[in-house]
Design a protein around this ligand. Structure first.
Ligand SMILES: [Mg+2]
Length: 248
């Protein structure tokens, strides 16, 4: 299948950030949208809505995507932000204490050996990420202690094949939920294109008519449930075709 087979006349683009429109193995500080992808998305956003669906927080994602995104589903859909509104569900307030306790334990066990990124949705701590992509060595037994305790205490754990990090969230939202919510808030109908690069994008792939897996060296063997595939280096070319289609 070539990129010419991917439908391009779509009413919106929803996209993951990390590893999809940005490199997967750089530090958070260095992480940026690929310039050639950003340029085309800016143009596309003049014609149709573009939204981000990410496990990252709003404070991280907004400065990196503000030039083209109309809405952001952050922390796996727990927080949804548009240009004029912010949606946070009540249940995360109830789970915040457990998240805070487990975060403290994680810091005690793993500090200095991994990056621990706190996930805040506005004023609420809704989860955290344990990230060892830049660590020389990591004690996986200790990581697994935290993961087991998170599951026992009713938190939601996302692990990724091929990606050196784990996300722990207060509630079990997924990117499929985020896609449905975005459709409703942005009032867009199918066909919608969803771009993603890992298994946690599968629930989103399953809810749109044009699901596209973005393939790079780290996910070639992943079980991605997208109907279409594009090599990451060809993504600008695919988006250029979308731009031409939505313009006419
Ligand atoms: Mg990703």
């Amino acid at each position: 299948m070539s990129i010419e087979d991917i439908p391009t006349r779509v009413n919106a683009i929803f996209t993951d950030y990390d590893g999809t429109i940005s490199p997967v193995d750089v530090s958070r500080e260095e992480s940026r949208t690929f310039p050639e992808v950003e340029r085309v998305l800016c143009e596309i956003s003049k014609y149709i809505p573009v939204a981000i669906v990410t496990t990252k927080t709003y404070s991280f994602i907004y400065p990196r995507t503000r030039s083209f995104a109309h809405a952001w589903a952050c922390c796996n859909g727990i927080e949804i932000v548009t240009r004029d509104r912010r949606y946070i569900p009540c249940e995360v307030y109830e789970k915040e204490r457990i998240v805070k306790e487990l975060l403290a334990k994680t810091k005690e066990l793993l500090n200095g050996t991994v990056l621990i990124e706190e996930k805040w949705a506005g004023p609420v701590l809704v989860g955290f990420c344990i990230d060892w992509r830049l660590s020389k060595t990591v004690d996986m037994e200790k990581v697994n202690v935290i993961v087991s305790e998170a599951r026992e205490r009713g938190l939601y754990v996302i692990t990724y094949s091929g990606h050196p990090f784990v996300d722990i969230f207060a509630v079990s939202y997924d990117k499929g939920f985020a896609v449905e919510k975005l459709k409703e808030i942005l009032k867009v109908s199918e066909p919608i294109m969803y771009l993603g690069d890992s298994e946690n994008d599968n629930p989103a792939f399953e809810r749109v008519q044009v699901p596209v897996a973005v393939i790079h060296e780290k996910n070639r063997m992943s079980n991605l449930k997208a109907k279409y595939r594009v090599e990451q280096r060809d993504l600008p070319r695919l988006l250029e075709r979308v731009l031409q289609a939505v313009k006419h």
